[in-house]
Design a protein around this ligand. Structure first.
Ligand code: FEO
Length: 395
């Protein structure tokens, strides 16, 4: 499958409807994904990115139906991660001397992955590559989200090829932002940002401002995952600026795990207290052992405050809670408040362990949290409700 995007530009990628886990098993992809590769057929022919390695043979076969491979003048590798560079070995075997344009770090990453002595041409921000009447302008984008990441911009057609940035893991045969279900698209965009780009938010803001300062007209953003932004492409840029700026909605999220329901009951009673104190706030609860990790991270990203709960086990906390705390430590969320809760039978360290982890993850700790001995009784329930009220009032 291939299709025309605009003038002499063709999508030659792969829609992966079956994908349910990405980055190994790290990222859930409920709606599949796509690996977008673009072929520009001007006086000179350029191929931008490829597809994930399992689809490399299929990719090269399809590409050869679109063009005689020997007519490809330039390969652009915006990013070395396997989902975009995976078909390079199969392709370069057939066109071995063709130059591959990438950043300095791209050479390191591509060589580290494939151990091939390809004809690398290093580019940096502002470098241009003539395709005849149009030019590709390169923009380095280090740590968005790898050191080697790069964008490129096609003059005359005014298209930014942004690789991972502005993408989503979203399979759709429609392939354009104005054609797909807008709620599904919005959900996949924010999930992608929350789970992949949050740690790099300061760089996101800086890079967008830099690109905007070039005053280049923008007709489309062609990302390397999901749909192509052809209608109001600036909308996703504006979203990124908002998400990069200590984003929060009027939401409080309670995440917990439970053994004999004591901590679950606490979560529900604390939520009752929050609602009693603030009728406007969106309160959501997730049992971490039963919920999708990446969906929960998206909800935490949207929250102004979170409460994290676990019963005490072996002087520590349950593994699902420990895993989430490790995740959010790396994600470096900003401008979020937090506290801990949990039931216990004898030693009762869980709230302390959680509080310390939240602190080291950069959350502002509101208080010492709340513990309940064994199962909450009438008094325990009432204490949790009062705690929830005070928590909401203290935000
Ligand atoms: Fe879609 Fe960083 O690879």
């Amino acid at each position: 499958m291939s299709f025309k995007i605009k003038s002499n530009i063709y999508w030659v990628g792969k829609i992966d409807w079956e994908l349910r886990k990405f980055h190994g098993d790290e990222y859930s992809t409920h709606r599949g994904s796509s690996y977008n590769s673009y072929l520009i057929k001007e006086e000179k022919v350029a191929l931008i990115d490829t597809v994930w390695r399992p689809f490399s043979k299929e990719f090269v076969e399809n590409l050869s139906k679109e063009i005689d491979l020997s007519k490809i003048d330039y390969v652009i590798a915006n990013h070395a991660e396997n989902d975009h560079s995976g078909a390079l070995p199969e392709l370069m075997r057939l066109i071995p001397g063709t130059p591959i344009y990438c950043t300095k770090n791209g050479v390191k990453s591509l060589t580290g992955h494939y151990h091939q002595d390809w004809n690398f041409q290093v580019v940096k921000t502002g470098d241009k590559l003539s395709l005849g009447n149009k030019e590709l302008i390169f923009v380095e984008a280090p740590m968005l989200h790898w050191p080697d990441s790069m964008f490129c911009y096609l003059t005359e057609d005014n298209i930014l090829f942004s690789n991972d940035a502005f993408g989503q893991h979203y399979a759709s045969e429609y392939m354009f932002n104005d054609l797909v279900n807008q709620n599904e698209l919005a959900q996949e965009c924010i999930k992608y940002y929350a789970n992949i780009l949050t740690p790099f938010s300061p760089l996101v803001t800086k890079k967008i401002k830099e690109v905007l300062s070039f005053n280049l007209p923008l007709d489309m953003i062609c990302t390397s995952h999901g749909i192509i932004w052809r209608t109001k492409p600036e909308q996703i840029v504006e979203k990124y600026l908002a998400w990069a700026d200590s984003y929060q909605e009027n939401q409080i999220t309670l995440v917990y795990d439970t053994m004999w329901n004591g901590t679950r009951i606490m979560a529900e009673k604390i939520a009752d207290g929050i609602k009693a104190s603030d009728g406007e706030v969106n309160v959501k609860l997730f049992n971490l052992a039963k919920s999708d990790k990446n969906d929960v991270i998206t909800e935490i990203f949207k929250s102004k405050a979170i409460l994290v709960g676990s019963p005490t086990i072996n002087k520590g906390i349950l593994v699902s809670v420990a895993g989430m705390l490790e995740e959010i430590k790396g994600l470096k969320f900003k401008n979020k408040k937090a506290a801990a809760f949990g039931s216990y039978g004898w030693s009762g360290e869980s709230t302390k362990v959680i509080t310390e982890a939240l602190k080291s993850a950069g959350f502002e700790i509101l208080d010492d949290g709340i513990r309940v001995l064994w199962q909450p009784d009438q008094e325990g329930n009432a204490n949790c409700i009062e705690y929830g009220k005070a928590f909401a009032a203290g935000l």
